[in-house]
Every structure is written in C-alpha cells, then in structure tokens.
Design a protein around this ligand. Structure first.
Ligand SMILES: Nc1ncnc2c1ncn2[C@@H]1O[C@H](COP(=O)(O)OP(=O)(O)OP(=O)(O)O)[C@@H](O)[C@H]1O
Ligand SMILES: [Mg+2]
Length: 305
C-alpha cells in the first residue's frame, strides 16, 4: 500500500507496512512411532514364493562404527522389499539392529543369548515381519555375558551354526550383525556363515585391522568352515566432496579388487536418523539417496546369487 504525503519541503513517498496477523501454527514435533508389538512365528504372514537356497551372510568388521548395523538393517529391509524372505540375527549386545527396527528391547523375553546358551530353539525367539519380508532374532543386553559364558561350553564355536541350520530352506538370506570384536560371538558368526560382507568406512586408516579380520577368517576356514569366503566388501559413509573418500575407494578397490560392491553408500543425515524412528531407510526416507543406495546394493546382492 502506498500513500503519498505532501510536505512543504519535499514530496516524500512512504511505504507503509501492512501487518497481517496469522494464526500461529503449532511446531512440528517429530516423534518416534510406537514400538512394534513382539509377535511370534505363529503370527507370521504366509510366504507366497518359493524360497531359494539359504545364504547365511555375516556382516563383519571388528572395527567399531563402520556401518555394520546400518547395513544389516537397510540391506535386509531392501531385500525384503524386493520380495525376498530375510532373517536378521542381531549378534551384538548393543542390540542396534533390534532397536533400529523398532523393537523395544525391554519387551523381549528371549533373545539370541537364550539360543546360544540356554538351548531355546531359534524359532521361539524369531520376531516375524518386522518389515515386509523381514524377520528378526533380537539381541538384548543379556548377550553381553555370552562372550564369557561361552568359554566353558562344549562346541562353543558351533552354537549359532547349529541354530541357523534348522532354518535352511526357510529364508533366502540370513544376515548376522556382528559385534565390533573378534571374540567368541564373532567366531560363532564366522563358523555359521557361508559368506562375509565386510563394510569399510571411507575414512583415514580404512583398512586398519582388515588383515587381522582376514587372518581370523582363514583360521576358521581351515579348521571349522572350509567353504567360508568373502561375499563382498562395501564402502560406507562415502562423501563425494572429499578427496579422502575417493582415495579410500581407490585403495580398497586396489586391495580387494572385484569383491568390492559397485554401490557406494553415501554419508547422509537421514541414514543416521532412521534408527531412532525404528525404521529402515526405505520407509523413513524412501526417495532419498540412502534408500536408493541400499536398494542398489540389494540388487547387486541378488545378482551375486
Ligand atoms: N551412510 C551413513 N551416513 C550417515 N551416518 C551413518 C551411515 N552409516 C552409519 N552411520 C552412523 O554411524 C554410526 C555407526 O554406524 P553403525 O552403528 O551402523 O556402525 P557399526 O559398525 O554397526 O558400529 P558398532 O561397531 O558399534 O556395532 C551410527 O551412528 C550410524 O547412524
Ligand atoms: Mg553395530
């Protein structure tokens, strides 16, 4: 609105500001959804496709914080969306895969600990359909005692292998989210697995500790699991703006060659936020770069067989 004010000295044009009062909107409060109900296998939706040969894949790297749990959750969920039947076994006392899929750990009665140490059948601890096509064997803090308690047990390295053996033919993929150590829990994963998926973070000293991991793999392969092999190496938290990330990609591809997946997992805020909403990235931000990259990884995994 413009008003013209005549004054003796001058013609001044004054802009008057129109104040429009709007109703204040309540602030948007993002809240995590309610925890998922703890179902049992008898509530599982019928499987409508013929399940292929089960592949047991341990997601492993004794280095902490490289993206094991993020990959376990999001790759499993992406494969479920592609129509595969997937089981994720949370083998880490931190239970990040369980909480990241919306399971309230205090509500879990029996967890993977009870399978490894109390002879509870694995079928009794499976929580079915935490996402489309995805079942979960949860971990609770009880699992923290397992490393020590397993030491005095008979056939202590074979516990997970024996449990997972009964599930062959029921799932296309069984993923195991390993803890950041090379203790007895990780050895159980190495013995139970057909293949290893090794996430490597694009950062300084990316390959640090890898030789030790490969030594453990070789030792288990020669004594307990002769067909164990690497399924793929996955570069995580890639930031295309930094030369460091590009150097790490080159270095890791130089070291591992074709085993490295073509898909690079970018560093995105959404991927780090999704677990606090108990959702995989394909639900939390389906159109974003994180979801696209884990979908692309899932397709590569299917292609590799
Ligand atoms: N691509 C990504 N972009 C952004 N943040 C990420 C990404 N991947 C993982 N993170 C974050 O980095 C941290 C470590 O990731 P994650 O828990 O998956 O690693 P981990 O290897 O399972 O760790 P741990 O060894 O403790 O089990 C988490 O806070 C996670 O949200
Ligand atoms: Mg983890």
């Amino acid at each position: 609105m413009r008003e013209q004010h005549q004054s003796v000295e001058d013609d001044i044009v004054i802009d008057t500001i129109e104040v429009v009062e709007r109703e204040a909107k309540p602030p948007v409060v993002e809240r995590a959804p309610e925890p998922k109900p703890i179902k049992t296998l008898k509530d599982k939706a019928p499987v409508t496709h013929v399940v292929g040969q089960t592949k047991v894949v341990a997601i492993i790297n004794q280095k902490g914080g490289v993206g094991k749990s993020t990959t376990a959750i999001n790759l499993s969920a992406a494969l479920g969306e592609l129509g595969k039947q997937v089981l994720l076994v949370d083998l880490d006392p931190q239970g990040n895969s369980s909480s990241g899929l919306g399971i309230e750990k205090s509500q879990v009665k029996n967890c993977v600990y009870d399978v490894l140490l109390s002879d509870v059948p694995i079928e009794d601890v499976i929580i079915p359909d935490v996402c489309e096509g995805l079942d979960l064997v949860p971990a609770t803090i009880n699992l923290a005692g397992a490393e020590v308690e397993l030491v005095s047990e008979m056939a202590r390295e074979n516990r997970l292998k024996d449990a997972v053996g009964s599930l062959r033919g029921k799932y296309d993929y069984v993923f195991v989210d390993c803890p950041p150590s090379l203790g007895l829990l990780t050895v159980n994963a190495l013995v139970a697995a057909d293949k290893l998926l090794i996430p490597i973070q694009c950062e300084f000293y990316a390959l640090e500790g890898v030789t030790k991991l490969l030594d453990s793999m070789k030792r288990v392969k020669s004594r307990l699991n002769p067909t164990l092999d690497i399924f793929g190496v996955l570069l995580t938290m890639y930031d295309g703006r930094t030369t460091l990330s590009k150097q790490v990609v080159e270095e890791v591809r130089g070291y591992f060659g074709k085993t490295v997946f073509s898909t690079l997992i970018p560093r995105t805020v959404k991927l780090s936020e999704a677990p606090s909403f108990g959702q995989p990235i394909t639900q939390y931000d389906p159109a974003g770069k994180g979801a696209q990259s884990y979908m692309s990884l899932a397709k590569e995994v299917v292609q590799r067989g």
